[in-house]
Design a protein around this ligand. Sequence first.
Ligand code: CTP
Length: 255
Amino acid sequence: MQAIDRSPFESGMSRSQNSFLPCVPPLPACHIPPAAQTPGVKVLVTAGPTREPIDPVRFLTNRSSGKMGYTLAGAFVHEGHSVLLVSGPTNLDVPENVDFIPVETAAEMHDVVSKHIGRMDIAVFAAAVADYTPASVQPQKIKKSGDTLTLELVRTADILGSARQSFGFRGTLVGFAAETENLEANARDKLVRKHCDLVIANDVSQPGIGFDSDHNQVLLVYPDRTESLPAASKHELSLQLVDAIVALKKLMVES
Ligand code: CTP
């Protein structure tokens, strides 16, 4: 395995202690010849769901397990890159040698990303961020009263959508699109709307892939083309994605 060129991330963040994901076998020996690697690439990965509080005992969340983002973070480190993983709550162990900042809400993820993205070469947004959050958090547990209860929700900030204009990020920007219909068209719309260099799209209506699964099948949607990767474990897929993302970064630097 390559020596890891670790950038000194700011103090105050916890370090991972555990091995790569518990649900997947260890990665094989480094599959890219050392000479072909791009040393010292700094990567930010967002992962997991966010948790939007309603009152002290309830929250809104979604079915994201975080597996894709965590596996990708581990694969980047395996290939010799340094990674900061910003994640909502999951049951996963943080991959070895990945710097880690845990967050709960979309607003917290937004703040952490805004603070750290400036020194990154690549940013990969795999988190399933809540699009809406309760307009206010009740200080006490909401007691049941009528037959219906209406919650007022307000839009969260689009973190990926803020990367270029608000955060001024100039590196390689990669988003994810989890769709149930019109996969390529919806992903391409996100690519343009959020100023990405690549959107990794998966059809979450297909059984056995995507959310909470160890497998995934994705389309790589670039500004000028679309590539389909065959179904694979998130583990194998993450190595292919790292290759594709690092190759894209190299192309952008050269052009
Ligand atoms: N994303 C983000 N911040 C948000 C919402 C989404 O950073 N508040 C990122 C996700 O991490 C992902 C990409 O944006 O990389 C696509 O997320 P998605 O929720 O599918 O996109 P939306 O633009 O919200 O589209 P939709 O109308 O399908 O919800």
